[in-house]
Design a protein around this ligand. Structure first.
Ligand SMILES: [Zn+2]
Length: 389
């Protein structure tokens, strides 16, 4: 069996686990952990408090600083689209394409790491190779956050991370952050004929929304001239507003679902501080001067940090050398990369398949892309086994 056939076989197994985000992923975690154990790896299974989900952080080689992490998420988005031409949880091969939920996002990469790692068997490594397989990336990178918290307690720290999200094997060293919030305004219901006897949550919610758009215009002016992103500035967006019950009732409640895609931490702080001040110094005092019990509350739904390009990035250097590429790219979707970068590791995103095929019916990865990823990982790990102290 060729290494490529083995990879397709592991991918077939992985797709067979319907590891949809927020559902238990323990079956796929057990499968992966058995695979790595058979290569002589040490496995840490990091479970959630309710024992429903888990991350794997595994190590082959010495438990010292300076390792390389191959990282992927085990969860997939649901496969409820009606136009699937095959069972989404059964790998279906048609010509050069492998169909199935998670084929490109991102079980193809995980399968390649498992097969490429066989090269490490019985080798005396000077530096470790780690595997990080997480849960619930798709709904807010919860697994990676949990994993990093645990990783901080380890006596050693990896230095390089390759995240195999689908980039068509392009090397990515930047993406914006993705932060989602819900802000709720609590007013007082009343008859519309006498607005003074109530407090319209919608009125204050609208002022808040306007302030957010005002900040959005200022963010455009803050974009650095060398910003690699498109659009080059931090964007803000209101996705949903809900509130009130009828034409003739003063709205007691209004909730606003909004988000921002920050290009850097400064912009994120700029938006949060300005909105906080506007609520604390203007909206809330006004609301409470009419009704003391009026409230504004913001819930953080998720804050995925961006991947900030770094001058010195060993992950980029290694991958550029392996793939014979001078260029690097930028992606418009969030990944776990920024979470690893917060621990001062060198990170790139590079994996098989295209994000255009992810999160939709008939998701696929091409066999040629999968092979490119596999061959690249084989070269990477072969070089790694020769890395001297
Ligand atoms: Zn993904």
């Amino acid at each position: 069996m060729t290494t490529l056939d083995k990879t397709i076989s592991v991918l077939t197994d992985l797709i067979g686990y319907p590891s949809v985000s927020s559902e238990s992923n323990l079956d796929i975690i057990n499968y992966l952990s058995d695979k790595i154990k058979s290569l002589g790896g040490k496995i840490d299974i990091i479970k959630t408090a309710d024992n429903k989900q888990a991350n794997i952080f595994a190590t082959i080689g010495p438990e010292i600083d300076g390792g390389i992490v191959l990282s992927g998420h085990t969860d997939v988005v649901p496969a409820k689209e009606l136009n699937w031409n095959s069972d989404p949880f059964k790998l279906t091969r048609k010509d050069d394409l492998l169909y199935g939920r998670g084929s490109c996002d991102m079980k193809g990469f995980i399968a390649s790491t498992i097969v490429a790692a066989e090269i490490l068997k019985n080798k005396n490594l000077n530096y470790p190779v780690h595997f990080s397989f997480t849960y619930d990336e798709e709904i807010g990178c919860f697994g990676a956050r949990h994993l990093i918290k645990e990783l901080k307690k380890y006596k050693y720290k990896p230095s390089i991370v390759i995240i195999g999200e689908p980039t068509n094997m392009e090397i990515i060293e930047a993406h914006k952050g993705d932060c989602e919030y819900t802000t709720c305004f609590h007013g007082i219901e009343g008859h519309a004929s006498n607005p003074e006897k109530g407090l319209s949550a919608i009125e204050y919610g609208s002022l808040f929304t306007n302030k957010l758009f005002e900040l959005g215009n200022e963010l455009k002016k803050r974009a650095p001239s060398d910003s690699p992103f498109n659009p080059p500035w931090t964007t803000v967006q209101v996705g949903k507003i809900e509130g009130g019950v009828a034409h003739n009732v003063i709205a007691g409640q209004c909730s606003i679902d909004w988000e921002m895609r920050p290009i850097n931490e400064e912009d994120k702080k700029f938006v949060k501080i300005n909105l906080f001040k506007y609520c604390q110094n203007k909206l809330l005092p006004e609301m409470q001067s009419k009704f003391a019990e009026a409230k504004i509350a913001t819930e953080i739904i998720g804050e995925i940090p961006g991947l900030i390009p770094q001058k010195d990035n060993q992950a980029r250097v290694i991958m550029q050398d392996l793939l014979q590429l001078n260029s690097t790219g930028v992606i418009s979707f969030g990944t776990e990369a920024g979470i690893f970068q917060e621990m001062n590791m060198d990170v790139v995103v590079c994996g098989p398949g295209s994000i255009d095929q992810a999160h939709k019916a008939n998701e696929f990865v091409s066999i040629s892309e999968l092979d490119k990823c596999l061959q690249n990982l084989l070269k990477l790990l072969d070089q790694w086994t020769k890395k001297s102290i």
